[in-house]
Design a protein around this ligand. Sequence first.
Ligand code: PCP
Length: 395
Amino acid sequence: MRKFYVVSGDEIEEGKVVDVYFLRTMRILKAKDLASKKVVMEVSARSLPNEEWSWGVLAGVEEVVQLLTGRNVDLYSLRDGDIFMPGMPVMKIEGPYDEFGALETTILGFLCSLSGVATAAAKVKLAAGGKPVVNFGIRRSHPAVSLAFERASLIGGLDGSSGILLEELGINPLGTMPHAMIILFNDPAEAWKAYDEVLPPEIPRVALVDTFYDEKTESLMAAKTLGERLDGVRLDTPFSRRGDFEKIVREVRWELDIRGYKHVKIFVSGGLNEKSVMRLSKAGADAFGVGTYITGARPIDFGMDIVEVEGGPVAKRGVMAGSKDVYVCEDHLTYKVVLTGNSPPRCNVCGKEMVLAYRKFLEGGRLVHKPDDLESARKRVKEVLKKLSCMGRMF
Ligand code: PCP
């Protein structure tokens, strides 16, 4: 009997997460001696979940490399954390169809879900204008994917996440305090004092200030209670009271400042998205906790299509035939897609010869290029997000 109806890593690796029509297809192709035809398949996004968006952030590449290692395929792909546009082949897999064709379900499962999370994270991070954004949303997704989604949100450029399993990746989880704690003390000041007394000094003192009284009242209470030891206040205002959340933030900032508590930061959470984060950042919020919008993000609708069979270009309607390569100008974040074998194109902005955006991760199933570690991917994403912001390509 399966616990929690959760799929194990081994079952994923064995190709057990598969649409039945692929197994039927393999049976038919094998019966007709067509299954081992050499194909090239490309993965491209048909669209982005938000029509205002022009780019997404790719995630799930490391998992696909892991999945295909040991299978007789060549794998070319953008990296985890690279941006992509709809229609751009982010990944290309070459090899006998029966080596990997039925894994399409799993390959897309990794890329669609994790890129959806990474993209939403990047949009919120950009909207925050350089201020810290923490993923508070592991409660919004199935627990079995919580670590994968947290990692994807970090690949998207977030500054931290709340789940303790992150410690496995050498990352300290971040958080403040729940309303439950304050309710059990039945006295916000006693709860904040206990937090300050019991927890080690390296944990920031951020007091939740909206349990029983309004945010201004409780923020001043927290400032009076903890004084210089108070690092910040968290406003998680319930929707029944929210009204003009930006105005509440401005008011709390004003009331703290005129009483000499300029050191107290304002942290906001609860139902935030890229638009409200942008507004609240302008209103004076210093940091953000975002859950649903990131870990409940809509998947990117990547498709995986044959573009070549035994070296000849062929594709279904709506897909451009022929094996292609993606080139990028890293200065201007412009991309071009050309038929494999063509010479590198030039950037429309600076005229410089563009570089191949793909990395060849697998050759004959052997790892020939190691995926970046999380820190390197995050460092790269943050640089790209800064560039996009300077270019005004926020969405
Ligand atoms: C929520 C909890 C989560 C935040 C908000 C994520 O507040 O703090 O971390 O919210 P989102 O998914 O809407 O972005 P509560 O539900 O009040 O939980 P708690 O009392 O533990 O703060």
